[in-house]
Design a protein around this ligand. Structure first.
Ligand SMILES: Nc1ncnc2c1ncn2[C@@H]1O[C@H](COP(=O)(O)OP(=O)(O)OP(=O)(O)O)[C@@H](O)[C@H]1O
Length: 229
């Protein structure tokens, strides 16, 4: 992102933001409530429009970018609830959709690959035994695990997680830290919005801190664990 500016209700909630995420980075986006962290990751993904400046994903503006299977986004709040109740497995399996061809049903080999990826994702977050449970009846921490598994199931190159640990129990935080550790070791790119890093701290390679919509501090903390995929 170059010179990123976002206005909400006439107010600049992001301004003058230059940020480049490199392959293999495990980048923490830090800052107090309302600093603009969620807005920054949404703008990077083209989910909120820039009033000025430019965002690019793999060299394309978000509106032109097509290869969404390369990106796994875990939003801050659950877009579950309401609608038809879905099982944990169904929600996680929905993470495979971006990999499908739009015009033909999945061939048998793809369906087997889908099942295997969903199984791996459920296992990674410790939800194998809950696969048939209704997702909307789970605790906040467990629902967060479901969303993370949904992103994992898509096997993206880049994971963008918006406050995955907010209000989440210690067990789920530890499970997430170990999942992120594996991703980092595989050289995947991770962008993590957080208030506090907790068990994630040893994985972070770079931090940017936002204050009032601007980057107030940037640090390169350590070398990436793995080679970029
Ligand atoms: N849809 C919206 N309409 C109006 N203002 C918004 C909207 N979304 C965010 N804002 C405002 O933009 C500012 C930045 O919000 P943002 O959610 O990006 O901050 P944050 O750093 O992620 O904070 P938090 O940790 O509370 O999520 C806040 O002042 C917020 O009130």
């Amino acid at each position: 992102m170059t010179g990123g500016l976002v206005r909400r209700d006439g107010r600049e909630v992001l301004a003058g933001v230059d940020l480049r995420v490199a392959a293999g980075d495990v980048l923490a986006v830090l800052g107090p409530n309302g600093a603009g962290k969620s807005t920054l990751v949404k703008a990077l993904l083209g989910l909120v429009p820039l009033a000025a400046g430019r965002a690019e994903i793999y060299g394309e503006p978000p509106a032109r970018f097509r290869d969404w299977k390369r990106i796994g986004y875990v939003p801050q709040r659950l877009p579950m609830g309401g609608g038809v109740p879905a099982t944990v497995r169904e929600v996680v399996a929905s993470g495979r959709v971006a990999r499908r061809s739009r015009w033909r049903p999945a061939p048998f080999a793809d369906r087997a690959a889908d099942r295997a990826a969903v199984d791996r994702a459920l296992k990674a977050v410790g939800l194998t035994a809950s696969a048939r449970d209704s997702a909307h009846l789970l605790s906040g921490g467990q629902q967060q695990r479901v969303l993370i598994a949904r992103a994992l199931a898509g096997e993206p190159d880049v994971f963008v997680l918006d406050e995955p640990t907010a209000g989440v129990d210690a067990g789920s935080q530890a499970a997430l830290a170990s999942t992120l550790h594996e991703l980092a070791r595989d050289g995947r790119t991770v962008v993590l919005v957080a208030h506090e890093l907790g068990p994630m701290e040893p994985l972070i390679t770079r931090t940017v801190e936002l204050g009032h919509g601007r980057i107030v501090r940037e640090d390169a903390v350590r070398e990436p664990l793995g080679r970029p995929a």
